[in-house]
Design a protein around this ligand. Structure first.
Ligand code: SAH
Length: 380
């Protein structure tokens, strides 16, 4: 019988415990019911996160009866892929279907010799940043640790990069810059990143992981203590008046408090620079005076400024600053001694660029609803 050779989604078998997303300790506690010696936990961990095994049948270092026992009780599930798109610039976007039918997007942005996976932390978002399309969609729920790690596993499946720790991997960096605010799903994000950085599994270096936050100031010290990954701050404005409008979270944690917590970020003492993301919005935050104020504000913080050309979406009132304005802004920051790369928009044609996520799937659902409504009427 070949039932062992298939990946059986946990959703179809609610009695099976899904092993993806369990911490090392939880995995060994979970396997304890089978009375396995400790080294088995390490072996199974290795199969799941280093080799990318989708079924117990692939775990050839385990005896067949054990594999069968494991398959009866546990699963190694992956989210379903609702849609997979490839941009004409090579960017890939997957809309993932979780076991409760909720969806989130993951984006892979390849470059010639490396690439970043942009991972979501929530379905939807609570922050309602006025320039962000994801923010116009309601918050649905936090992703579980397994769903966060699972995005990485699906990406490796799709681009064919198992085992995880070989040299010259195209998937070389992770940015927690997908849908949602990672610091509002703190515990699951920490748990997932610990799995991803575990040396017996994916072994991803912390230096290759960047966590982006809209500015949950009191959590920033925790990130330094618990994770020590690179930090990115979605700053976007230099006065509280403007930032209150762009990133309403600013009313809670204003610029000064946010920057104070950045100054105290342990990473910055270890010469790891904090990235400040700054979206270029025509006539809103893009004058030379804004650039000079930005330089003044971040004084003393080892930093890099990432200028992000605004990605438009249907119905939005903001416009992107002109190339000349962006270049002049960058020049002022550069002269003050900071690097200020302008982020190349990637995957705009498949709505995979910054701030565009989830939009398409919402639209599909909306059009499906409209179509269903029509059918209903026609039937009546
Ligand atoms: N909530 C976190 C993680 C999301 S990161 C955060 O805010 O940092 C996504 C990045 O894309 C953020 O810097 C966000 O401000 C930026 N962004 C959102 N909408 C955008 C748009 N329409 N154009 C360009 N960048 C956008």
């Amino acid at each position: 019988m070949s039932f062992l050779s298939e990946t059986i989604p946990a959703a179809d078998h609610p009695t099976r415990i899904d092993l993806v997303g369990l911490s090392r300790e939880e995995l060994s506690q979970t396997l304890a019911e089978l009375d396995l010696p400790d080294y088995r936990t390490k072996q199974i961990w290795h199969w799941i996160y280093y080799r990318g095994a989708k079924s117990f049948d692939e775990m050839t270092t385990l005896a067949k009866p054990l594999r069968r026992d494991l398959a009866e009780r546990f699963s190694i599930s992956r989210a379903g892929i609702a849609t997979a798109q490839i941009s004409n610039d090579g960017t890939r976007k997957w809309l993932l279907d979780f076991s409760d039918g909720k969806q989130a997007e993951t984006v892979f942005i390849p470059e010639s010799d490396r690439g970043a996976l942009c991972i979501s932390s929530q379905v939807g978002c609570t922050l309602s940043c006025s320039f962000c399309h994801t923010g116009t969609q309601p918050m649905v729920r936090n992703l579980t640790a397994g769903e966060i790690v699972g995005q990485m596993m699906t990406a490796r499946d799709e681009i064919g990069e198992w085992p995880a720790a070989q040299e010259n991997r195209l998937l070389s960096n992770i940015v927690m810059m997908g849908m949602g605010e990672p610091l509002y799903n703190y515990d699951n994000v920490v748990k997932a990143l610990r799995i991803i950085t575990d040396e017996d599994g994916m072994g991803f270096s912390k230096r290759r992981i960047t966590l982006s936050t809209a500015g949950v100031a009191p959590r920033i010290a925790d990130v330094g203590r618990d994770l020590g990954v690179r930090l990115a701050i979605s700053l976007h404005a230099v006065t509280d008046d403007i930032r209150d409008i762009l990133v309403p979270l600013n009313k809670r944690y204003p610029i000064k408090e946010l920057l104070d917590s950045c100054r105290a970020y342990p990473g910055s003492r270890n010469s790891r620079r904090i990235t400040f993301e700054y979206i270029m919005l025509k006539g809103v935050n893009d004058t030379p005076a804004d650039a000079r104020e930005l330089v003044r504000l971040i004084k003393g913080i080892p930093a890099k400024i990432n200028l992000i050309p605004f990605n438009a979406w249907p119905g939005v009132e903001f416009e992107c600053s002109s190339d000349g304005t962006i270049a002049a802004f960058a020049e002022i920051i550069n002269r003050a001694g900071y690097t200020s790369p302008v982020r190349q928009p990637r995957g705009r044609d498949i709505m995979a660029a910054c701030g565009q996520l989830k939009s398409a799937s919402e639209q599909v659902r909306k059009s499906r609803r409209i179509a269903q409504g029509k059918n209903k009427k026609e039937q009546e």
